[in-house]
Write a protein that binds this ligand. Sequence first.
Ligand SMILES: NC(=O)c1ccc[n+]([C@@H]2O[C@H](COP(=O)([O-])OP(=O)(O)OC[C@H]3O[C@@H](n4cnc5c(N)ncnc54)[C@H](O)[C@@H]3O)[C@@H](O)[C@H]2O)c1
Ligand SMILES: [Zn+2]
Length: 355
Amino acid sequence: MKAARFYDRGDIRIEDIPEPVVEPGTVGIDVAWCGICGTDLHEFMEGPIFIPPCGHPHPISRESAPITMGHEFSGVVYAVGEGVNDIEVGQHVVVEPYIVADDVPTGPGDKYHLSRNMNFIGLGGRGGGLSEKIAVKRRWVHPISKAIPLDQAALIEPLSVGHHAFTRSGAKAGDVALVGGAGPIGLLLSAILKAKGLRVIVTELSAARKEKARESGVADYILDPTAVDVVAEVMKITGGEGVDVAFECSSVNKVLDTLVAATRSTGVVVIVSIWSHPASVNVHSVVMKELDVRGTIAYCNDHQETIKLVEEGKINLEPFITQRIQLDDLISQGFDTLIHNNESAVKIIVQPRMK
Ligand SMILES: NC(=O)c1ccc[n+]([C@@H]2O[C@H](COP(=O)([O-])OP(=O)(O)OC[C@H]3O[C@@H](n4cnc5c(N)ncnc54)[C@H](O)[C@@H]3O)[C@@H](O)[C@H]2O)c1
Ligand SMILES: [Zn+2]
């Protein structure tokens, strides 16, 4: 079968590899669609980061480069391994792409996303969604209704990142949120916030992404920091109080500064971005307003509620798919577009099997 394999920085190859073995306790999935994530781009341009370099096997998967990429995917079950009795061939599914040690508890309330040596399928080994087939442990396979188109279902993984950020914030219906940066993560997080009944203010520079925030209906207000004073506008919208919660989704220090300034006393600032360098925070404001500044990473028991929001029609993922490509065009049409023309795209999704 065909698979996109990461060898080293700048070296991803589309190759023929053996099909996965559907071992006991696993589910064989025909991949329908797989999204390209900013993390994949970082691996390609600056990596390996999450990917274990050639000759340095990951402590849990025991694999190292070359590894198959892709962690945002949907598909159809084609086989179930021995002992899997609650899922059937033909079932539509998405994957919560975790690699965690076998002795880590993964039930409700368990913080398996913070466990030692945690990594992701499609980065740390165990196959990936940028291949025709994959076998995944039953625990990480989530059935979805056939009413959700499989292309949209590929976005449930990054949507779950938004759901976890929302959970971390403690926000509730009626609250006002400020989202800094409307890339794929900021937009999908905004979709969650809207679905949960918040009023959403988005701040974004790029014209195409401001337009996407508008046309998808995920933002009540869209503020361009080159055109307006974002903090002053937020104060007007919130009657001088500031927002209840703010989400940093740009990894730009100026945006973090704006969010801290625009959040009300005792409000919460959630940092969603992955930062490759130390950032500064106005600690005086944090103290004087008794702000909570919190991080959020990936998801943990977020998939079920996220899937429910999509199944109930509270979130429409279609507007966020800006391109559909074939696996052979992964670099030329996928990575190159996202690297050189990032703002024109939101999610580029890849079909691994030639139709
Ligand atoms: N915490 C997690 O679990 C998790 C998971 C996935 C991704 N991420 C991280 O989330 C971040 C966002 O991801 P993405 O794919 O949406 O990135 P992106 O780069 O596509 O989006 C960032 C957006 O911020 C906007 N921006 C830049 N400067 C701005 C400014 N001054 N004011 C307003 N907007 C500004 C950009 O125009 C862009 O649209 C990345 O750092 C990514 O690594 C975190
Ligand atoms: Zn991702």
